[in-house]
Design a protein around this ligand. Structure first.
Ligand code: NIG
Ligand code: FE
Length: 392
């Protein structure tokens, strides 16, 4: 059955044919979807007939958000840690260990319930594609079950056995690195598309990161890296040299890091909800864009450093705090995320794209930053099917 959405005040297409590789939009537009795909876009006055007609009444339609970085398989919560941080305590990677302990104790149904609650939150806020990492199990069995649960809700599954060195390996990190690139990888690779490493002081060194990414690559997984989050370090260079799809966080970059990203296909994925929630300085989005790097925006939804599932919130932060234009921020939250996940089928609304889209209760994309905190996403379609509707 074909569906025509007409009277669209602003249709964000990000279509290459409409102006290079960046943000692109039509006004007074219409869109037809059929068989799960976008079949046609153009002026409302020229729209073809369809089986069903939806009148957007001047509201904006955008590609569904592509959240390319999230940690959704976990148990417990760390609200007290957040409150202490807001009262002056620093953010430390060690907090991850308390979530690891809770996750190991949780049953599969408990983990599945938490995951599905967060996936539902994301969908209602317009996210139609999301990535999901393991990393709170850190045993062969707990990492494998985390990934098998993640694979129930998304194809973008990332093996993050190298999140931290778990407490039981504190005296022998080499043995844990061997496990991550050996038996644990063997058990996890069948469920995953990606391999990630937290390359940071207090987590994994550059050499360990290179070795783990290479082992993952040999098993068919594509690298991505948690890089330069808590301080300057080798993460970005390792990501670029390993041909990673993305270097994520990029909070503390040198000029050489920016140049390396700009000269590579590695996407700089910025996670401004983390800086909001940890009171770190925001990444230099303007410097990255000026150098020509590809920038994606994602939530990093996790119980420690940033517990938001909201791409609209991240867009508002990117505009207000990182000085991205509203167009840049929306592109980075859609097409940029799609680049970071090697997904040419999403993040844009050209004919042939997957019909993953959202309608705002607002006339333009700019309202996502102009009206921060307001639930503007009023309807979401995934594969051309209406998946979430807030109100008429
Ligand atoms: O992306 N940086 C490492 N991992 C998460 C934090 C996880 C946690 O604090 O539980 C992040 O910020
Ligand atoms: Fe993360």
């Amino acid at each position: 059955m074909s569906t025509l959405i007409t009277n669209i005040g602003e249709l964000v297409t990000n279509a290459p044919e409409q102006g290079g590789s960046g943000f692109a939009a039509l006004t007074g537009a219409a869109l037809v979807m059929d068989n799960g795909l976008v079949a046609w876009t153009g002026p409302a006055s020229k729209a073809p007939a369809a089986d069903e007609i939806i009148d957007a009444r001047g509201r904006a339609v955008l590609p569904g958000f592509v959240d390319s970085h999230a940690h959704l398989v976990f148990a417990g919560e760390r609200g007290a840690e957040f409150a202490a941080r807001m009262a002056g305590a620093p953010y430390q990677a060690g907090g991850i260990a308390s979530t690891v302990a809770a996750t190991r104790h949780a049953t599969d149904p408990e983990l599945r319930a938490g995951l599905s609650r967060l996936a539902g939150e994301m969908l209602r806020q317009g996210t139609t594609t999301f990535e999901c990492k393991s990393g709170y199990g850190l045993t062969v069995a707990d990492e494998a079950r985390s990934l098998s649960l993640a694979a129930e809700v998304t194809p973008e599954v990332t093996y993050l056995g190298a999140h931290i060195i778990p407490p039981e390996f504190a005296g022998d990190r080499a043995a844990y690195v061997d496990l991550v690139r050996g038996e644990m990888l063997e058990a996890c690779a069948p469920y995953a598309r990606w391999v990630d490493v937290f390359c940071e002081r207090g987590a994994f060194t550059a050499d360990e990161t290179v070795a783990i990414l290479a082992a993952g690559r040999a098993k068919g997984l594509i690298p991505r890296v948690h890089a330069n989050q808590l301080g300057p370090g080798p993460g970005v260079q390792v990501a670029v040299e390993s041909g990673a799809a993305s270097a994520d966080h990029c909070t503390h970059l040198t000029g050489a890091d920016v140049a390396a990203l700009a000269g590579s296909a590695t996407v700089a994925t910025l996670l401004p909800g983390v800086e909001f929630s940890t009171r770190q300085p925001y990444p230099d989005a303007r410097g990255l864009l000026a150098a020509g790097a590809t920038v994606a925006l994602a939530t990093d939804c996790n119980p420690g450093s940033c517990f938001t599932s909201s791409m609209p919130f991240c867009i508002a932060l990117a505009v207000r705090e990182m000085h991205m234009t509203t167009e840049e921020a929306v592109w980075s939250a859609t097409a940029g995320g799609a680049r970071a996940l090697h997904r040419p089928d999403v993040g844009h609304l050209s004919a042939g794209a997957r019909a993953d889209l959202l309608m705002l209760d607002a006339p333009s994309h700019a309202y996502l930053a102009y009206r921060p905190g307001v639930p503007l996403v009023t309807a979401v379609w995934r594969d051309a099917k209406l998946s979430a509707r807030a109100k008429e």
